[in-house]
Design a protein around this ligand. Structure first.
Ligand SMILES: [Mn+2]
Length: 330
């Protein structure tokens, strides 16, 4: 537990403090790690589940009315609940109750409460770690308690010579895809309900709604790349503006970053006013943007910005700020 720090509460008082607030009003990040974390909490503690809670705030970090917030970064406004998180944007001396680790939030939760998580929910830890791109940090005990995670499943297809091929993956590696797709297509609460009700991992992987979301997402990504978006290169940073009704900037930025390892990509979705940053200089850029008053953050290699209204933070001003930041001395 050396890697987990407690601010304004203790390891010993944590469970008691959470229990005292049951049924918990829970806020979580609308991605695979945040959802898995919320469901881990709900598998241990009594959580309020109605039309208001749990909820995932529109803007990252913009959570107030809740007892516990997981995977949501430093709060943008005063917060009096408990925060369990791994985002590095918290101040050195936070004035709120914080449990801060370095690994995906679901992994932190396992380290805190592993023995309280029922055996049939332990795979949620794996969803959390894979969702944040760090399967390496899945605790040994998780593998031992859910051995089925290494069972293989894949598709049968014909290759270009019309030979029959199979392409199986271990189950643990294909859970986060469908959940991420549902989130990106705007169905975060649908994903929460699916995760809460699923009796097995296969129920998620083979869920028709999740499958449809994955297909729609792939179609949308294809549409965006087929439209030949403009790319503006300023030294080691490339700026791309796209237009989509869905939260696809992360996927687009990841695909671009995979195509060019030493370039950092900033993908701006004009419609949702959300921005994703991927590549080695991600932290350099999001730190510089925070300094200029933008809501920017994330973790190593994965960054994001939520732009305010056009009157407050005009897109042109943001792109100009980006250009200035990208004109690095190196
Ligand atoms: Mn996370």
């Amino acid at each position: 537990m050396r890697d987990i720090r407690f601010y304004n509460l203790t390891r010993e008082s944590l469970i008691e403090e959470i229990r005292s607030k049951e049924p918990l009003r829970l806020a979580f990040h609308g991605d695979a790690d945040g959802l898995a974390s919320a469901c881990i909490i709900a598998s241990i503690f009594k959580v309020r589940e109605d039309s208001d809670y749990p909820y995932s705030p529109e803007i990252f970090g913009d959570y107030v009315d809740s007892d516990l917030a997981v995977d949501l970064g430093s709060p943008l406004k005063a917060y009096d609940g408990i925060i369990i998180d791994h985002h590095p944007d918290h101040p050195d001396y936070p004035d709120y109750k914080l449990v801060l680790g370095m690994e995906p939030t679901g992994v932190i939760l396992y380290k805190l409460f592993g023995d309280l998580i029922p055996d049939d929910k332990v795979w949620l830890v794996c969803l959390s770690a894979c969702g944040d791109g760090q399967p390496e940090v899945i605790p040994n005990e998780v593998w031992l308690r859910s051995p089925f995670l290494w069972e293989m499943q894949g598709k049968i297809y014909r290759d270009q010579y019309r030979r029959i091929r199979t392409y199986p993956y271990p189950l643990f590696s294909i859970i986060s895809g469908p959940i991420n797709s549902m989130c990106r297509m705007g169905d975060v609460m649908g994903a929460y309900k699916l995760l809460r009700s699923a009796k097995s991992v296969r129920e998620i992987i083979n869920n028709p709604v999740a499958k449809r979301a994955s297909e729609k997402l792939s179609e949308e990504i294809k549409r965006i790349f087929n439209s030949n978006p403009i790319i503006e290169q300023v030294k080691h940073v490339s700026i791309v503006v796209i237009e989509s009704d869905y939260s696809v900037s992360g996927r687009v930025a990841t695909e671009l970053a995979n195509s060019e390892p030493y370039m950092t990509f900033v993908v701006i979705n004009k419609k949702t006013r959300s921005v994703s940053v991927r590549g080695i200089l991600t932290k350099y850029i999001t730190d510089a943007l925070s300094e200029r008053g933008y809501i920017a953050g994330g973790h190593a290699g994965f960054g994001g910005v939520s732009l305010l209204d056009e009157d407050e933070q005009p897109l042109e001003m943001f792109i100009n700020d980006l250009r200035e930041i990208a004109r690095t001395p190196f």
